[in-house]
Design a protein. Structure first.
Length: 84
């Protein structure tokens, strides 16, 4: 799996929710690329009370690379974070 999110205007809470969604719904080894903000690299995904079959528990990611480059949308330098 691969996920790209143009997250320039996202809040810290939104980035945490994104990390939990990726941890819950994507395959191990998924590449997730975000802009401007690093996702939390570890955390806990709460169980869904009504459905114990939905994945939950701890998740961990690593930051594979950080890239800076010009972005016409932001009008300046933008940073991409590549997580796995």
């Amino acid at each position: 799996d691969i996920v790209f999110v143009f997250s320039t205007c996202w809040t810290k809470d939104m980035m945490t929710s994104l990390a939990k969604c990726i941890g819950r719904q994507c395959k191990p080894g998924t590449i997730a690329i975000t802009t401007e903000f690093l996702m939390p690299l570890s955390g806990v995904i709460e169980a869904v009370e009504d459905d114990p079959d939905i994945p939950h528990g701890e998740y961990k990611m690593v930051l594979e690379e950080k890239l800076d480059g010009y972005c016409g949308v932001t009008g300046g330098v933008s940073t991409a974070y590549i997580h796995r």
